[in-house]
Write a protein that binds this ligand. Sequence first.
Ligand SMILES: Nc1ncnc2c1ncn2[C@@H]1O[C@H](COP(=O)(O)OP(=O)(O)OP(=O)(O)O)[C@@H](O)[C@H]1O
Ligand SMILES: [Mg+2]
Length: 251
Amino acid sequence: MGILEIKDVGKRFGGLQALSDVNLSVKENSCHAIIGPNGAGKSTLLNCLVGKLIPDSGSVMFDGQSVLGRSPYEINQMGISRVFQTPEIFGDLTVMENMLIPIFAKRDGAFRMHAIESVLAEKQVIEQAEAMLEEMNMADKRHMHAAAMSRGDKRRLEIGMCLSQEPRLLLLDEPTAGMARADTNNTIDLLKEIKEERDITIAIIEHDMHVVFSLADRITVLAQGTPLVEDDPQNIRGNPKVREAYLGESA
Ligand SMILES: Nc1ncnc2c1ncn2[C@@H]1O[C@H](COP(=O)(O)OP(=O)(O)OP(=O)(O)O)[C@@H](O)[C@H]1O
Ligand SMILES: [Mg+2]
């Protein structure tokens, strides 16, 4: 029994069956990669795990509890944090201000932008944010505007923001999309460190096979909304079904 159990999940958008018969089990403290061509339903599946979409059928259990019907905030409180496909940091706030948001949100519920000043007065929250910036090697960037950072640093900040909530399951939707190779490699190293040092399960959606094979303990290939293959990384590389799904992409 995995920490995340997805059973018979289906989701339709009008005439499009975006997901059908999705069954997936993610083992605790593993890194499970979900790969597949554009439009395969990867982000849709992730959205069903975090309360952004409700599947038409099936069940999604996290640590024995259903996530369906819960709000994104409630799911976050259950221990699931997510890095979105498009970065979700506030460019006009500083790195430190961004880092305060999830810590405050986890503690007090909703975060209100006008509350930043009062948050800044709270020692404990500041200490937590500072510790996480240290851990992310970003302490020297704390006063920088987030918008001015490199793509790799923005991702690093976002991952740190998720980790500051001490999630048990970290979901990442293409964390290295659009990154230069050096930033991608830094992100791989960061995620490897997180895997080793924390009691955490990671589910990652990724197109870059270098990232996938560097991190994944288990891989599910999604094609046209349905899992095609689930296997260990060494068996995925040469699998003809996987190659076919990617139509010659570097699987
Ligand atoms: N809100 C929506 N309304 C209608 N159709 C949608 C919606 N969200 C996704 N889709 C469609 O569902 C299918 C799956 O989309 P999804 O974003 O899950 O794919 P993906 O595997 O994440 O692709 P990519 O690799 O490009 O990110 C696509 O055909 C997409 O156009
Ligand atoms: Mg996607």
